[in-house]
Write a protein that binds this ligand. Structure first.
Ligand code: CNA
Length: 296
């Protein structure tokens, strides 16, 4: 759910001590850190896909504001993705599911291409993505480098008998706004895509990886640079990574607006595609990627 905790919101110490340990203050400092970093941890969200026409949740043109709550019979947009609500009535979810389902067009944003570039340069420790569009895969990020915190539209499961089907096989029903039902004989269960709803646990891999990349990671934690891109940092526990980063490890936020709840050493406020383009220009890196959507 939404993490509104007022205390320890910045994590690992208060803002003063975090700022006192800060190694980056300017864009030039950030480029220097990128030059030496070998274990970058990325936390990303829906904002890295909006330039492809996939709406996020909480922007002015996002999915939450586009919902007609009254006709869906809901009081809060988050209920669309709430497990308890789904089990009572899956209609609201399936009326909007086509909007959040995996795109059929395998195009990636310049920001996805930037993440692939970090991998190619041997600098990427892990990407924690909250996205369910699977575009990091399309960009060529290796399975082992990725944690899909909220799953993806790959497989779906019957809520009654547990039968598994591919989401692709449900596409016609989802596109038509219909509720896909279990195809097993005598089962009348509703099928739910294996994306993490509010009220559901994150995959075990999330907890294991956070522990080894960020919290323990041997004598010193592995992460040496933390990049957070295109996320409002409002969904816990994924957003909590932003306060678990060890003291002294630079924290960078690339998002349309700054965060009032988490400490960052530097925030690049604006379109993430433009920010990564500026970074690549500064680093002398070639951002081009065969599947990249051209910059506007
Ligand atoms: P969110 O809460 O909607 O926040 C998105 C953030 O990104 C906001 O702060 C925006 O200002 C910012 N933003 C939007 N576009 C850009 C841009 N072009 N450049 C820079 N910043 C931008 O979404 P979160 O990901 O933080 O919330 C987590 C939810 C949203 C996850 O569970 C996702 O599964 C879910 N979601 C995913 C997708 C997807 O897979 N593409 C789409 C919609 C929602």
């Amino acid at each position: 759910g939404e993490d509104e905790g007022a205390f320890s919101r910045f994590g690992t110490g208060d803002v003063e001590s975090l700022a006192a340990h800060s190694k980056i203050h300017t864009f030039g400092d950030l480029l220097r850190e990128l030059e030496t970093a070998q274990n970058i941890v990325v936390l990303c969200g829906a904002g890295i896909s909006t330039s492809l026409g996939i709406p996020d949740f909480r922007s002015a043109d996002g999915l939450y504001k586009s919902l007609d709550l009254e006709s869906l019979g809901l009081s809060d947009p988050q209920e669309v993705f709430d497990l308890e609500v789904f089990d009572q009535d899956p209609t609201p979810f399936y009326r909007v599911a086509s909007k959040v389902m995996m795109p059929t067009q395998a195009l990636i944003s310049p920001t996805h291409a930037f993440l692939k570039l970090l991998q190619d340069k041997g600098k990427l420790l892990r990407i924690y993505t909250q996205n369910i569009d699977d575009l990091e895969h399309i960009a060529g990020i290796e399975e082992s480098k990725m944690v899909q915190c909220h799953g993806a539209f790959h497989m779906a499961t019957c809520r009654q008998c547990g039968a598994k089907v591919t989401c692709e096989s449900l596409r016609p029903e989802i596109v038509a706004g219909e509720i896909p039902m279990c195809r097993r004989k005598r089962c009348e269960g509703v099928i739910k895509p294996d994306i993490v709803f509010f009220g559901e646990a994150l995959p075990d891999r999330f907890r294991h990886m956070v522990r080894s990349d960020i919290i323990m990671g041997g004598p010193t934690p592995k992460v040496d640079l933390f990049l957070c891109l295109g996320t409002s940092l409002k969904v816990s526990p994924a957003c909590d990574i932003a306060k678990q980063v060890p003291l002294g490890v630079p924290r960078v936020y690339i998002n349309r607006e700054p965060s009032a709840r988490f400490y960052f050493d530097i925030s690049l406020c604006g379109e993430s595609d433009l920010a990564v383009q500026a970074i690549c220009e500064g680093m002398g890196w070639d951002l081009s990627h065969p599947q990249m959507k051209p910059m506007d």
